[in-house]
Write a protein that binds this ligand. Structure first.
Ligand SMILES: [Zn+2]
Length: 143
């Protein structure tokens, strides 16, 4: 057993999928709970046990510590991180070219463990600005 629906306990092919039985679609915190109840986090036997408990009417309430674990696991996955919006990308690039690429580097370091896609996007945008500033610096040293 791979994953179960947190609402009705029905088996699912993956924790992020819509439940075929009750139509429950896990989003936001529900997605974290769904991850905790899936084979990503539990053994197949434990998943089966959770399914039986939900079907018996038990409401699964994960602790903050468990939710934190799920947040970390989900945040660190490239697929679950939507990355930066195009407006944010333009903003970071303009900032990096006109003022300083430093904030983009800080974003990269800040986001690397929790938002890998956004972090690498910020880094990509920091590079052109950094090259320009490095070039300017060298030019000023030589003149
Ligand atoms: Zn369901």
């Amino acid at each position: 057993m791979n994953a179960v629906c947190a609402r009705c306990g029905e088996e699912k092919g993956g924790y992020h999928l819509v439940c075929a039985k009750c139509g429950h679609r896990p989003v936001a915190e529900g997605l974290q709970i769904a991850w905790l109840l899936s084979a990503e986090n539990l053994t197949p036997e434990q998943v089966r046990g959770v399914s039986e408990r939900i079907k018996a009417g038990e409401v699964i309430r994960p602790t903050d510590k468990q939710l934190m674990k799920a947040r970390r696991a989900l945040g660190a996955s490239f697929d679950s991180d939507p990355g930066l919006t195009s407006m944010q990308r333009v903003g970071v690039l303009l900032l990096s070219l006109t003022l300083t690429p430093l904030p983009a580097w800080v974003c990269f370091a800040w986001w690397l463990s929790t938002r890998p896609r956004a972090a690498w996007q910020a880094l990509t945008l920091a590079v052109p600005g950094s090259v320009v500033y490095f070039g300017l610096g060298v030019w000023m040293l030589l003149n």
